[in-house]
Design a protein around this ligand. Structure first.
Ligand code: NOJ
Length: 716
């Protein structure tokens, strides 16, 4: 449809029809046969109002979408097609690893590919928009939603977010009907909920907001993301669905976003529980004034926005236009059944191969003493633990995922190991003493014991905050008992958040973090454990030593009294009395079966200017016969800055394959702009002067050098 036709359409719309476009409901609103019942009745929606609604969230099948769209187009006066949105977070039916796992790849090519393939499957089921990517900055793994995040580094998160948006949206949504429009969320600050408790209060300084929280959203906007979802939390005491300065000034003017702003589920009605509005009419009026275009699943707009006597008709037209424009960009006016293909080519096989590859790239080898891994296929292996034969490996957002089709670890290992014994699943909750004796005997008779431990999917994701992030007692006990029986203990961890592994770490020879690995998880893990695949993932979030270290980031700020190797015994330094300051496993950590290390670094100059970037070269050495992939990381520290700054910030990373018993090199280019940070005037620019840089295979063990950022010298 041409722009002029869209405008003509708007001219024909009544006030009620315009407001209807701003409303989003679940599919059960349309399960009507004659009389209005169910949720539509609760909202007292007349048939007229129902067929004015603009969008639907959370459909399950192509058939459901087709039925709703068909009846809607028959019944509604102007026949503006419905827009269908859903949470396609890491796959639709075929489930990829959780986003935090994908972030361990440090690869935006991977997030792009995962998003492209997820869109391929979701569009066939009639979905037009996904509520993804989640670009929230996170530092607190008590918050269950870290599972959906890209981890604790804002630059890494921005890069991965770019990949998702590109992969979902492609270049032209109208012709590429196998792509989805993306909705980046949650704008903004949701990851900073106090105490890591979901839906809790947030208080953030503007500097923090600009430095760490906005960059991933800015990246999504630069990639052309079509929608932004506001978060449940307040910033500066003002809830985000009412936060006019952050929506209208920061998001629209500063970041240049011109797409659709949607509230989160029922957030408008919840304004009453927050006690910032007196009734739904005030909620509707203030949310609209603040810049919320679509009201997701509350009846504030549909039942109360028209009552607002000061409703600005121009602003209403702009909001409606943004929604119609999105429908038009998706080609819905010409093709309201977009993407629904009855005779589509089967894709499941290809998807499952991609899922397995993505999973393998996301596993992080946390520890591997005495080269316990890889397992040799002739070894006698005993597999046990609550996750050994569990298909609960898809993750909390796999609402359409087919759990029964997931490959569990026992199935994956059975394909690879002729001498495998799997402990009986019944005994997992809390083995009795008699069962422990049997398990110990089996462990003693084996060459290697694999313990599959972790969290259930219900313990992770939305509304799954935890005050303790250790493994449960019975799992810790299992580790200790099995370690007493067999020293070759390998722990495979399935979880959605960094855990406190302090209690089990000394007992395991090897620990492999596999997150929630998705539909092909068991196979991907098995191939990794036997060395067909060499681990390469790196932690996108630090694993703390104790929950009391949270919130935590490797980007610790400088303190006047830093803890050093020399002052460990002194009292008045910044430290805990009961645990160290460092995490158990730092950001960027991840081992390989190859023996990789940074051998040397060289730099092109001592000085960097606006016109002359600095190049830093790193040589990575492989002291083993097996080729390995790794991610070389470059961090920087500003020696004198206007504001207090972190002692280390990731600036760049490079992925490298190092053949057996050789070295390989990678080159980083560092520009003046890379050194910028958000100053007291909320503007990002670098400080002139001295910097240190660090190159490592994680954020802690690094080689270091120095340079100076100078103004362009005269005569150059
Ligand atoms: C609430 C969640 O916060 C959000 O991330 C999700 O997209 C919506 N519900 C829709 O399901």
């Amino acid at each position: 449809m041409k722009k002029s036709e869209l405008k003509e359409l708007m001219n024909e719309m009544t006030l009620a029809e315009k407001i209807g476009q701003l409303v989003q409901v679940t599919p059960d609103f349309f399960n009507q046969s004659g009389e209005i019942t169910g949720p539509a009745a609760e909202w007292q929606l007349s048939e007229n109002k129902l067929f004015q609604i603009g969008s639907v969230l959370g459909t399950h099948t192509a058939e459901q979408v087709a039925t709703i769209q068909k009846s809607y187009l028959e019944e509604s006066r102007l026949k503006i097609p419905l827009l269908f949105m859903a949470d396609v977070i890491h796959g639709y039916e075929t489930i990829f690893p959780i986003p935090l796992a994908l972030a361990s790849s440090f690869s935006s090519e991977l997030t792009e590919e995962v998003a492209r393939l997820s869109a391929l499957e979701a569009t066939r089921a009639g979905v037009h928009v996904t509520f993804s990517p989640m670009a929230d900055h996170v530092m607190d793994s008590r918050w269950g939603r870290v599972l959906e995040s890209n981890g604790e580094d804002p630059i890494l998160s921005a890069e991965l977010t770019r990949g998702y948006v590109r992969g979902y949206q492609g270049t032209d949504l109208e012709t590429e009907t196998e792509r989805l429009a993306a909705c980046v969320k949650h704008f903004i600050g949701y990851g900073a909920v106090q105490g890591g408790r979901d839906y809790n209060h947030v208080d953030l300084s503007p500097i923090e907001l600009y430095q760490n929280y906005l960059p991933a959203f800015q990246a999504a906007i630069e990639e052309g993301v079509k929608l932004v979802m506001t978060s449940f939390n307040p910033i500066n005491g003002q809830l985000m669905s009412l936060n006019r300065p952050l929506i209208k000034e920061t998001l629209r003017q500063e970041l240049g976003f011109n797409g659709v702003v949607i509230s989160d589920w029922n957030a408008l009605e919840e304004l009453l529980a927050h006690r910032v509005v007196g009734d739904k009419q005030q909620a509707a009026a203030e949310a609209f004034e603040a810049g919320t275009d679509i009201d997701m699943m509350s009846d504030c707009y549909i039942n109360h926005l028209a009552e607002y006597s000061d409703l600005d008709s121009h602003a209403l037209d702009e909001a409606v236009y943004r929604i119609l424009k999105l429908k038009n960009e998706l080609g819905l006016f010409e093709n309201p059944f977009r993407g629904i293909q009855e005779e589509a080519k089967p894709i499941e096989g290809a998807l499952r191969i991609a899922v397995k590859e993505a999973a393998m790239k996301s596993f992080v080898l946390l520890k591997n003493d005495s080269d316990t891994l890889p397992i040799r296929t002739q070894q006698q292996v005993f597999l046990l633990g609550p996750k050994a034969s569990s298909k609960d490996i898809l993750g909390a957002w796999s609402w359409i995922g087919k759990t029964e089709q997931a490959i569990d670890l026992a199935e994956g290992l059975t394909e690879q190991l002729p001498h495998l014994t799997v402990g009986a699943a019944e005994s997992w909750a809390e083995p009795s003493e008699a069962e422990y004796v049997k398990l110990s005997e089996e462990a003693k008779a084996s060459d290697v014991v694999i313990l599959a431990l972790g969290e259930s999917s219900e313990e992770t994701g939305e509304a799954a905050s935890k005050a303790e992030i250790c493994l449960p007692e019975y799992q810790i006990k299992l580790v200790k008992r099995m370690a007493a029986a067999n020293k070759n203990l390998v722990v495979v961890l399935f979880n959605g958040r960094p855990l406190d592994l302090t209690a089990i770490e000394p007992y395991a020879k090897s620990i492999v973090e596999v997150w929630f690995p998705g539909s092909e998880g068991g196979r991907a893990i098995a191939e990794t454990l036997i060395g067909q695949h060499n681990p390469e993932g790196k932690l996108p979030m630090s694993f703390p030593r104790a929950v009391g270290q949270l919130p935590f980031s490797y980007q610790a700020y400088s303190t006047g009294r830093p803890l050093t190797e020399q002052n460990q015994q002194e009292k008045y330094v910044s430290k805990y009395m009961d645990v160290g300051n460092e995490p158990l496993y730092p950001f960027g950590h991840g081992l390989s079966y190859s023996k990789l290390s940074i051998e040397a670094i060289t730099q092109s100059a001592e000085v960097l200017t606006e016109d002359e970037p600095l190049t830093i070269q790193a040589t990575v050495r492989n002291d083993s016969a097996q080729a390995g992939n790794t991610t070389v990381q470059l961090y920087v520290e500003d020696q004198v800055s206007e504001l207090v700054r972190p002692v280390k910030e990731l600036k760049s990373w490079q992925q490298l394959t190092v053949a057996g018993n050789t070295t390989a090199q990678c080159t980083f280019t560092l520009t003046a702009a890379d050194l910028g940070y958000v100053h007291s005037n909320l503007t990002r620019y670098p400080d002139l002067g001295k910097f240190r840089f660090f190159v490592g295979l994680d954020s802690q063990n690094t080689l270091t050098g120095q340079f100076e950022l100078c103004e362009k010298s005269e005569g150059l």
